[in-house]
Design a protein around this ligand. Structure first.
Ligand SMILES: NC(=O)C1=CN([C@@H]2O[C@H](COP(=O)(O)OP(=O)(O)OC[C@H]3O[C@@H](n4cnc5c(N)ncnc54)[C@H](O)[C@@H]3O)[C@@H](O)[C@H]2O)[C@H](O)CC1
Ligand SMILES: [K+]
Length: 493
């Protein structure tokens, strides 16, 4: 399997179709040849992943995804495997019909799927129902998809797990749970975010042996986030060189959130970290982490001198949306300091929209994003790429849309996708850490864009390192040590 030509580029379905057209019209490689190469690549992956497989069932849909399946079935039959093909219809057209004929000539083991029928057992099921052509929730195939998922037989998905939207990562209805997905020619962006995490399984991208020239000059939509960390400190560095983060939050009795934010900023290398919070949080903060300089702030007048000394602000953890929190939030936004907004800092922004002129990073989860765009969480998750870009445009800020496959969007349209992280990170306080990490990186001189990308990557990779002791029971504070290790580029410790 060749490494994809541009290993980090992600494409929309339309852009992949443009690549197909270029392959066919400029390189003179026919659609049927592409289909044959796809089948060959997928069959090789099947044999590598399941070397003991002797019996397979290939489920073929009406389009070219089905065509890939028919040709894979022919290859498997030719290699001596026992092969059944179950098809949704015999209405294939064009290349898919030619592929179906190829299968029919090599074996006549084709069955039409009936809802009441049971599925033949096999070592592996091959999902060739729908690929990039999926344009709505599966109707007739929904019951078949549920049967396949319930069978317990491992599934190899061709190009896209059927039912997953290759553009958005959304599943409008039933969708295949694959153990392995082999996707052709280019990485579709929907394979990396949203429901993809539970549908795709292991993912292999196969360029089908096409020459690099195919991708040159072709538009891409997004980029896979790469591991980043700051360069080592110069030997004569002192704390003043690494900026001063001011974390603002922690209403009565909510010291935990702002403490995690401050600690994460310290562990991410900020030279100084101050905390502006309610007076009754001071003892908790000072005893837990004396390196944090905690200040009791009753209102804007006490906040002002702290703002003047700060390089970057982290606003929102535990802030609340009451009079106190709102007053501090307004003063912070009017200070003209670069900032990271999270949690209630975002909920207040949803109530009083601002477009930022200073470097700003917003870190909403889908619910906060919905409030910021006056829509529903379901709408956000239906197209996370569009939502992240809409937020970045509306607020003129770098936006991190959290969730499986966090997206980092720049107001100019650039977008990175983070594939690290795990479900254990859904616990409280994880977002507070990210706020502190990003603020600390900005305080050390990173642009909002670089700080958001580096911060999301460090946060998620720290979560994966900490999850090696188990995802269940993973706590935000478990990430603080790995954060320091990764932040220094020492991930192999
Ligand atoms: N990208 C490449 O270079 C290659 C792509 N190939 C394969 O082709 C499919 C895309 O094929 P296409 O015919 O466009 O669509 P699908 O096979 O995914 O879908 C078939 C057909 O089904 C209809 N449809 C869509 N959604 C539904 C639904 N929910 N219910 C019922 N019917 C639906 C719609 O009309 C579609 O056209 C790609 O994924 C690759 O596997 C080449 O074969 C290899 C190279
Ligand atoms: K498929």
């Amino acid at each position: 399997m060749q490494a994809q030509a541009h290993h980090r580029d992600l494409y929309t379905v339309e852009q992949v179709r443009a690549l197909d057209r270029r392959a066919i019209h400029d390189l003179g490689i026919s659609g049927f040849e592409l289909m044959s190469r796809a089948a060959t690549a997928a069959f090789a992956a099947l044999c590598r992943h399941w070397p003991q497989a002797r019996r397979i069932v290939v489920f073929c849909g009406p389009g070219n995804n089905g065509g890939d399946g028919y040709l894979l079935a022919s290859l498997a039959h030719g290699s001596g495997m026992l092969v059944d093909v179950i098809e949704l219809s015999d209405a294939s057209r064009g290349d898919a019909a030619a592929a179906r004929d190829t299968w029919q000539r090599s074996a006549d083991n084709t069955h039409h799927w009936h809802q009441e029928g049971s599925l033949p057992h096999a070592d592996v099921y091959v999902d060739a129902l729908y690929g990039t052509g999926l344009n709505r929730a599966p109707e007739s195939a929904a019951a078949l998809i549920e049967q396949i998922n319930a069978s317990g037989v491992p599934v190899l998905a061709l190009d896209v797990p059927s039912g997953l939207n290759a553009d958005t990562g959304d599943c409008p209805g039933a969708a295949i749970n694959a153990q392995l997905t082999v996707s052709f020619i280019a990485a579709k962006r929907g394979l990396y975010t949203g429901h993809a995490a539970t549908k795709v399984g292991a993912l292999q991208i196969d360029t089908l042996g096409l020459p690099d020239i195919l991708w040159q000059g072709m538009p891409t939509d997004a980029t896979l986030l790469e591991a980043m960390h700051l360069p080592p400190r110069t030997r004569d560095a002192h704390k003043g060189d690494s900026g001063h983060v001011l974390a603002i939050g922690g209403d009565h009795g909510t010291a935990g959130a702002i403490r995690l934010c401050g600690e994460a900023a310290l562990r991410s290398g900020a030279g100084l970290v101050s905390v502006a919070t309610r007076g009754d949080n001071l003892i908790a903060l000072n005893s837990a982490r004396p390196e944090l300089m905690a200040h009791a702030v009753h209102g804007p007048q006490e906040l002002q001198p702290l703002l003047e000394r700060a390089t970057v602000l982290g606003v929102g953890p535990g802030l609340g949306q009451g009079a106190w929190g709102h007053a501090l939030w307004l003063t912070a936004l009017d200070s003209g300091k670069p900032l990271v907004l999270d949690a209630d800092g975002l909920n207040l922004l949803a109530r009083e929209t601002r477009s930022f002129t200073v470097p700003a990073v917003l870190t909403p989860h889908p619910g906060e994003a919905a409030r910021l765009l006056d829509t529903t969480t379901a709408a956000i998750q239906r197209d996370r790429f569009a939502a992240a870009r809409a937020l970045a445009q509306r607020y003129h800020a770098v936006v991190v849309l959290k969730g499986a496959g966090s997206l980092i969007a720049h107001p100019d349209g650039r977008l990175d996708v983070c594939t690290w992280g795990n479900p254990g990170m859904g616990s409280g306080g994880m977002g507070d850490l990210l706020t502190g990490i990003v603020a600390a990186l900005m305080a050390q001189g990173c642009s909002a864009w670089d700080a958001a990308r580096m911060g999301v990557g460090l946060h998620a990779r720290a979560g994966d390192l900490a999850a090696r002791l188990g995802e269940r029971g993973l706590l935000a504070s478990d990430l603080l040590e790995p954060l320091r290790t990764l932040g220094n580029g020492l991930e192999h410790v």
